[in-house]
Write a protein that binds this ligand. Sequence first.
Ligand code: DX5
Ligand code: ZN
Length: 218
Amino acid sequence: MDHLISPSLLAADFGNLEKEVIMINKSQADWLHLDIMDGVFVPNISFGFPVIEHVKKIASKPLDVHLMIIDPDRFLSRFRDAGASILTVQYEACIHLQRTVTEIRNMGMKAGVALNPHTPVSHLKNTLPFIDMVLIMTVNPGFGGQSFIPESYNKIAELRNTIDKSGYNVMIEVDGGIDTKNAAKLIESGVNVLVAGNAVFGSKDPVDTIRKLKNLVY
Ligand code: DX5
Ligand code: ZN
């Protein structure tokens, strides 16, 4: 499969949200990544349901919602109703992960699980039958604009190998410090979905940066 691009709205100009989403609509982006932070699981607060609902009305791309919140089970149906197509929970925030991801799928969304940099990929071996995507955090979650952690390449290679051996159809997404410099190596390592915040919204020509990330032509 061709790799997918999911620009992270966290780096957008929130004073011109509508314009930013329309720009993404016109670009080669495949999904739109929305980061939800609760100030407890991560040391930051982002935005909630009213913003997601508003974005959903404008966006033509599927919403790829990344929950950095504790006890996400309380809100799964709210995120579905707000317009999420892909819903990713953090491994470290879920006590009954299999139940959580099964509920997400039963609600008609794709289920993803995100791993913090310190969490081994082996912890997900028994969860692969129940999910559609693993998100490898390539920074510690909480903020945009951080530096990519190079050790992530080893995790990606190990996860790619585990998924291929398992025979399950599970995508690998990476998130944090992704740009036009490391994108090609990440795709070669077996990544299916690139999230990019500052590299896209902080660039002079975001549509062209998305085109570069999509086509890996520099
Ligand atoms: C970090 C978020 C990321 C963030 C990425 O906690 O999960 O999605 O927006 O931003 P960049 O690409 O700027 O590192
Ligand atoms: Zn994210």
